[in-house]
Design a protein around this ligand. Structure first.
Ligand code: CA
Length: 464
């Protein structure tokens, strides 16, 4: 099999009518003769539930097909649920308090990566090892050529037309070049403002769209719902005001108002899906297809009225869990993994695929073994933090997520424990239930481990 291209193998087996062999072929991991090309699509504000294979109401046929042919990483958590901090963590392989960009200010990342050169990005390593490295789309961290990419075209185009054109032109340019490449494509969609064309809106009948079971018109009291300084909650649904004019920036929101936003949000994702499909079709037709690992994920999720919130910035599943799927070289096809994955794993995974040893200080782990064998796991806990939005470091939230539980610690020392099996919408804080004493102790211990590792400025949770 390793001596025959996958397409050639498919043709020969179909011709000879050996369908069982074909089924076997499609479930095995591909091999490569040389270092693989790496293509990562890193979307902006794409919620885990807002894609067809997780929610049939959302029309994403291309994402569904690509994910269906590859592996769905169903439990991917980002290092921080806000754009700049998440992107700086993605590029540096560190949590926000380690690189210093804890909210929407990129200067911490620029200082330690660009100016002081204390930390390299994966792009630095790949470029140095002979990869061609290209960046198209939203950076939020300055010029990508200053943080390791050999070429870049940063764009704020909210419908990403230029970035997809640039990415497709780049793919075409690689047809005559044998050097391995990293293509990093970072769409702005579905970040607000949402401006989908009518044809994407027309895919949906808003009368059939639904909110989630944890929809509320306003959030309950409690610091786990803060999205800035204590008590601050931002919706940002005013960026799409087809029906509702002059909405205030905060709660409450009615179900009808949230549905109006969800309509535009889904329509924007359908547009992004269509663009991704065109890009992927070109990759599929490329001579590099057999030897390319493709990964899709987002920088953070989104509240769509869940818990009475819009926006992200909390430790709820809506904000910290993102859609992720992989396809191609090194990826077992047609599978779904429930292994805990961190966005920080992208850095060491890309280096692992490229045969480059990862620096020891990275906070993520290579998930190459999970891509090849989705039942494998590389960790028991995954963490996230969002601690700088309110204006001072430490104001915000941090969490530890295990397979079945989530523990949250806020700046005002509120704690929350959610049973993710019985309560996936995180509507019941069971931190005080005596039946959970051991679980609370385990997760507090793990939180302390994470706080030491990241030099978290906040006091650790209670010992008992
Ligand atoms: Ca974002």
């Amino acid at each position: 099999m390793s001596k025959v291209s996958r397409r050639g193998f498919v043709r020969s087996t179909v011709a000879s009518g050996v369908s069982a062999a074909l089924a076997s072929c499609t479930s095995t991991t591909r091999t490569a003769k040389s270092r693989p090309n790496l293509v990562v699509v890193f979307a902006d504000d794409h919620a885990h539930r807002a894609l067809g294979y997780n929610n049939p109401a959302v029309k994403t046929p291309h994402m569904d097909r690509i994910a269906g042919e590859g592996v769905i990483l169903d439990r991917c958590y980002i290092a921080s649920p806000i754009c700049v901090a998440s992107r700086a963590s993605m590029m540096s392989g560190l949590f926000p308090q380690q690189h210093g960009s804890v909210g929407l200010d990129a200067s911490g990342f620029q200082r330690c990566v660009v100016e002081e050169k204390r930390y390299k990005t994966f792009a630095h390593h790949l470029t140095a090892s002979g990869y061609a490295t290209a960046f198209f789309g939203k950076s939020h961290l300055g010029d990508p050529k200053l943080y390791g990419f050999s070429e870049a075209a940063v764009s704020g185009n909210v419908v990403d037309t230029d970035s997809f054109e640039n990415a497709k032109a780049y793919l075409a340019s690689r047809e005559t070049n044998d050097a391995p490449f990293l293509l990093w494509l970072a769409p702005n969609q579905p970040h607000v403002p949402l401006v989908p064309e009518q044809r994407w809106l027309d895919l949906y009948d808003p009368r059939t769209l639904k909110v989630d079971p944890n929809f509320m018109e306003s959030p309950p009291d409690g610091s786990i719902y803060n999205q800035g300084k204590p008590g601050e909650r931002y919706y940002r649904d005013t960026a799409y005001t087809k029906h509702y004019k002059n909405l205030p920036s905060g709660p409450p929101r009615t179900k009808e108002q949230i549905i109006d936003f969800i309509h535009a949000y889904y329509a924007t994702i359908s547009h992004l899906d269509n663009q991704l499909g065109g890009f992927f079709d070109q990759l599929r037709a490329s001579r590099h297809y057999e030897n390319t690992t493709f990964i899709y994920l987002a920088d953070n999720g989104y509240h769509l009225g869940n818990h009475g919130l819009g926006n992200k910035i909390t430790m709820h599943e809506e904000a910290v869990r993102v859609p992720m799927f992989a396809h191609g070289y090194g990826v077992r096809s047609g599978t779904r993994s429930t292994s805990l994955v961190s966005s920080l794993d992208i850095y060491p995974t890309l280096l692992d695929l490229a045969g480059i040893e990862a620096p020891a200080h990275l906070m993520g782990k290579s998930i190459r073994s999970v891509l090849a064998s989705p039942r494998k796991t590389v960790r028991d806990y995954v963490s996230s933090e969002c601690v700088g939005v309110g204006g001072k470091v430490g104001e915000g939230h941090r969490m530890v997520r295990s397979k079945d539980w989530k523990y949250v610690l806020t700046d005002s020392n509120e704690e929350a424990l959610f049973d993710e099996t019985k309560d996936p919408y995180e509507m019941h804080n069971v931190i005080g239930d005596p039946a959970n004493t051991n679980t609370v102790r385990q997760h507090r211990d793990e939180m302390r481990v994470w706080q030491r590792a990241t030099s978290d400025t906040h006091a650790p949770p209670p010992a008992a």
